[in-house]
Design a protein around this ligand. Structure first.
Ligand code: MAN
Length: 351
């Protein structure tokens, strides 16, 4: 395994105030991250649960997207099946509900390794397709504008939406760009062959394939086509699921893309462990994998092994500092960690 130069827990749920008095913050994780002229901006997924407890009932939060606040549906416990810490299944309908709901929050950092002070801008779900929450944002700077792809969860399914901003104070919403079920969408920072590019992760109800990462192209960032699979999970560590993690960054060896994998096998119970792997994609033909570097992160720090969902390292942001890169990961679906690697280690190790 490539040595980590450093690992640090940057943000915990207790660092953030809840968005409402009747909610508790239970997760501050899976952040989109970008370096700006004013320092590093993290767009954090903030997960909240109802503070109240009603014995014999389970409280399932959702957003009233018109009024912009969270309401909780209380269901008798016998009406639901407890799947894992993240979801329950409603017996009558067979449909899933989340046990927490997420919004996005801007957190600033002067150097990417410590937290800054200041007003925290909140992005609350405000569209039907976000009624169960906004999750796992990724940020990509394209032509002087920051584009944010995020997972929009609702009774319509799990889809990916696009928003953009110039200053992280005001945001423009561009709607859904990948319909259910598709998540883990990351944009490339440059056009190639006059087209924008994205990695995405379609999930089908009918299982004919292994988990796969796909590439798509677009003339305008809104309409996507030219879909093709580029990576199929084959290793023991990523056989359960794979998905793009951090937006690809240009290096002399190719597009460096860090992705996540889950090791849950068909026969395993539980959620399985999540780790990170490394891909180098050809600079001019990113559908071609130049080098598959294998796994680079396993949950090893205490905060990666213990939390709401134990044993999860989920990479979502990257900053290229020249000699080193900082990789931002959600850890155990609870906190945000940052891991530093020497860039030459990542590029050489994958050869
Ligand atoms: C899924 C998503 C992520 C989450 C991981 C690990 O991929 O729900 O948001 O971090 O699972 O639980």
């Amino acid at each position: 395994m490539i040595p980590r130069l450093s690992s640090r827990c940057l943000l915990r749920p207790e660092d953030l105030a809840p968005s409402q008095d009747d909610l508790s913050v239970v997760g501050a994780f899976n952040p989109g991250v970008v370096a700006t002229a004013e320092g590093v901006v993290l767009l954090i997924r903030v997960a909240e649960t109802p503070r109240q407890v009603h014995t014999g009932y389970v409280g399932l939060p959702r957003w009233d997207v018109v009024r912009g606040h969270v309401i909780t549906d209380w269901l008798p416990e016998q009406e639901v099946v407890f799947n894992d810490a993240r979801v329950v299944k409603i017996r009558k309908t067979g449909l899933l509900r989340l046990t927490s709901t997420s919004h996005l929050r801007v957190v600033r950092s002067p150097d990417g390794r410590s937290l800054g002070a200041g007003e925290l801008q909140i992005l609350r779900p405000s569209h039907d397709y976000e009624a169960y929450g906004m999750e796992d944002p990724r940020i990509c700077l394209i032509n002087d504008r920051f584009y944010i792809t995020y997972v929009a969860v609702s009774p319509h399914g799990v889809a990916t939406a696009l928003a953009s901003t110039q200053d992280f104070n005001s945001f423009q919403y561009h709607g859904l760009i990948f319909c259910p079920e598709n998540k883990d969408v990351v944009l490339f920072p440059e056009k190639i062959d006059d087209k924008y590019l994205a990695l995405h992760r379609p999930t089908a109800a009918h299982i004919f394939s292994r988990p796969e990462i796909w590439l798509a192209t677009s003339p305008d960032l809104l309409n996507w086509g030219g879909h093709q699979p580029i990576l199929s999970a084959t290793a023991a560590w990523d056989r359960g699921r794979i998905g793009a993690g951090t937006p690809p960054i240009r290096t002399f060896s190719g597009w460096l893309a860090i992705y996540h994998g889950n090791d849950k096998g068909e026969e395993d119970s539980g959620i399985g462990g999540y780790g990170a792997g490394l891909l180098l994609l050809d600079l001019d033909h990113p559908e071609k994998i130049s080098r598959a570097g294998g796994q680079i992160l396993v949950p090893e720090m205490e905060y990666e092994r213990q939390g709401l969902v134990p044993n999860v390292v989920f990479p979502t942001g990257i900053i290229n500092q020249g000699e080193t890169v900082l990789i931002y990961c959600g850890a155990a679906d609870t906190v945000t960690g940052v891991v530093e690697f020497r860039l030459s280690d990542l590029l050489e190790e994958s050869s």
